[in-house]
Design a protein around this ligand. Structure first.
Ligand code: UDP
Length: 252
């Protein structure tokens, strides 16, 4: 682990993978890209980066397109093709976020898991690590580069290969609930869970595949509400702002 700064006022984590879903790139209930929403994320992220935390952002694409939309039998688009379209959507979000971060003076690199040399650097693990060490915020687009999975799986994968201290998932609700809080007002917010709790209770946090990977390698996951001002900064600094998922009995 690359933990830096053990003082109570310093950041708890040295290197963080932050997963931002496509919904963060637009207004609630809307599709496409809204630059004020992108700037909101960029501002919060740049605040967090000022503490010297190495930040890798894994970007979703659901605000534009998800491959699963095309799985019905009467679609003439092959499901794999649709997933590639979804991955391209994440690159569009990545380009928007790159410009937003740079407009705030952040040194940023967009890296894509699908080669598109005129637009983004190819994702190469060792190069990504080098950027992080140099203090650049890296934006990791195009997921894993392979169809039939989502960017949650990409976030789990990247957090492991980049030796992140934690995977932080930004969502539009306050953390992990016993039920959908947008539909059930009695849903209970959990402050801490084990991977087994999540899998056994089938809680909607991330893909099962992503949770299983994190469980296998004991990568802690924090789920929090990115729409609340300052939450991204608090989360990467190690403040408990949502639900922490980790091996039962372990403390991060
Ligand atoms: N996708 C994929 N492989 C990956 C990552 C993403 O095929 O490694 C496709 C998949 O169709 C997915 C879409 O890209 O639905 C957009 O990503 P995601 O749904 O994870 O976006 P989010 O829900 O985070 O906005």
């Amino acid at each position: 682990m690359s933990t830096s700064g053990n003082s109570s006022s310093g950041p708890r984590f040295g290197r963080v993978v932050l997963k931002i879903s496509g919904e963060g790139f637009t207004h609630p209930g809307e599709r496409g890209i809204a630059m004020d929403a992108v700037l909101h994320i960029a501002r919060q992220t740049s605040q967090a980066a000022k503490h010297g935390i190495q930040l890798a952002l894994v970007i979703g694409g659901g605000n534009i397109l998800r491959g699963a939309q095309f799985t019905s039998g009467n679609s003439s688009i092959h499901e794999a093709t649709a997933h590639y379209m979804g991955m391209l959507a994440t690159v569009m979000n990545g380009l928007a976020l790159q410009d937003a971060l740079e407009s705030l003076g952040c040194d940023t690199r967009l890296m894509s898991a699908i080669r598109m040399d005129g637009v983004a650097e190819p994702y190469i693990r060792r190069r990504a690590r080098r950027h992080l060490e140099k203090g650049r915020i890296i934006i990791l687009a195009a997921g894993t580069g392979s169809p039939f999975v989502t960017t949650d799986t990409a976030a789990a994968q990247r957090s492991l290969e980049l030796d992140a201290d934690i995977l932080i998932k930004a969502t539009r609700v306050d953390g992990v609930f016993s039920d959908d809080p947008e539909k059930n007002p009695h849903a209970v917010l959990y402050s801490q869970l084990s991977y087994e709790d999540v899998l056994r209770q089938n809680l909607r946090v991330m893909d099962t595949e992503a949770i299983a990977k994190c469980r296998q390698y004991e990568m802690p996951i924090m789920v929090f509400n990115f729409r609340k001002e300052g939450n991204i900064e608090k989360a990467v600094m190690g403040e408990r702002v949502g639900t922490l998922i980790q091996t039962a009995g372990k403390v991060v």
